[in-house]
Design a protein around this ligand. Structure first.
Ligand SMILES: Nc1nc2c(ncn2[C@@H]2O[C@H](COP(=O)(O)OP(=O)(O)OP(=O)(O)O)[C@@H](O)[C@H]2O)c(=O)[nH]1
Ligand SMILES: [Mg+2]
Length: 342
């Protein structure tokens, strides 16, 4: 696919926009998120320039919030946003697949109260509807988080816990929180689906319901002791509270900060980011070209070496560079087939 060369002016504009994003300007965040979502060939270079400039500055803490539909994720985010704003920190929330199939397109704004915070310059909300062909997160989730994390102290991403999304959300976040619904049988389903091995922290919501919530927390703790865990050295804390009544929110913020500190001092955070980067690149290439296309780059080790060769580049830049190599290889493959056929 031929692409038009971006003008110097367009590249300069992209770099300027990156500067405004890093300064936390709200209108710049919106504009940059739109640019990330613009996949016209003519916008490609400007988009990549923007992401290359922003990605190394994306220092905000990224937190995934997942759990069954109706568990109270949005309500909890609403409470977390208020709690973090009270502490003077800026916060972004990205909602992926916000119940679009079930409620006919209810978006984040309808679900989160946030009436006060929506007008607050330190809060930024965005909804993303689409998922990719393999049933995972939309391809713009990662770059959208990169933009938001360059501008804000904390960036949350809300996804519905259906299995596939957890396995991918861990590629784009530092910490994953699971919001548990205290309903009989729910947790057993999640354990069976293997979802409980990914989260770093559990929040049993709706403690205002009483015993059923206490039992759910105990069940969860017992289950976590037995099951597989992403980080074998650390048993994830199980907190409880009521997002509706604002109970347990301070403790949750403390636990999140504690996990951020742990990721930093243990080096696990750095390793996770490296792995996430590789997984995002490989997934994007697989969605575009399938396993066959990806294999034209060589063995898995060779693919990883190619990714490691571009350490300073944004994920999208590496995907772009490797896409050109795959396309050249596929072209050669077709020509070879043509010659053999002739
Ligand atoms: N009793 C009680 N109800 C709550 C609590 N938190 C949320 N809810 C209610 O649970 C319902 C679902 O809350 P949401 O915050 O929309 O849940 P969600 O997990 O974001 O839902 P989806 O985005 O549809 O997956 C709403 O009716 C909330 O008012 C809580 O702590 N206690
Ligand atoms: Mg929600």
């Amino acid at each position: 696919m031929p692409t038009e060369p971006a003008s110097t002016a367009a590249l300069e504009a992209a770099r300027k926009l990156a500067g405004r994003v890093c300064a936390g300007e709200r209108s710049a965040i919106s504009q940059a998120l739109n640019a990330v979502d613009d996949n016209r060939a003519s916008s490609r270079e400007a988009r990549l320039a923007l992401l290359d400039a922003v990605s190394p500055q994306a220092r905000g803490v990224r937190i995934g919030v997942t759990g069954a539909p109706g568990a109270g994720k949005s309500t909890l985010l609403d409470a977390l946003v208020s709690g973090l704003r009270d502490r003077g920190r800026s916060v972004g929330v990205l909602a992926v697949d916000p119940s679009s199939q079930r409620t006919g397109g209810a978006l984040l704004g309808d679900r989160m109260r946030l009436s006060a915070s929506a007008r607050d310059a330190g809060v930024f909300l965005r909804s993303l509807a689409a998922r990719d062909q393999l049933g995972g997160l939309s391809e713009v989730t990662g770059p959208s988080l990169d933009i938001m994390a360059a501008a804000l102290d904390y960036v949350f991403v809300e996804t519905v816990g259906v299995g596939q999304s957890e396995a991918q959300v861990i590629d784009v976040v530092d910490t994953l929180v699971f919001v548990a619904q205290p309903a009989a049988g729910d947790l057993i389903q999640f354990m069976k689906a293997g979802i409980l091995e990914w989260p770093d922290l559990f929040f049993v919501n709706k403690s205002d319901l009483g015993d059923v919530a206490t039992r759910a927390a105990a069940e969860l703790r017992a289950g976590l002791d037995l099951g597989h865990r992403r980080d074998p050295d650390r048993v994830p804390p199980v907190l409880s509270g009521s997002a509706r009544d604002g109970l347990g929110i301070d403790e949750l913020i403390e636990a999140l900060d504690e996990h951020t500190g742990y990721l930093k001092t243990s080096g696990i955070g750095e390793a996770r980011r490296r792995q996430g980067r590789i997984a995002r690149i490989e997934h994007a290439l697989e969605v575009r070209y399938g396993r066959f296309g990806l294999a034209t780059l060589g063995s898995e080790t060779e693919v990883r070496a190619a990714i490691a060769a571009e350490p300073g580049a944004s994920v999208d830049r590496v995907v772009d560079v490797l896409s050109s190599r795959i396309e050249a290889a596929l072209c050669e493959h077709d020509e070879e087939k043509g010659r053999r056929g002739a």
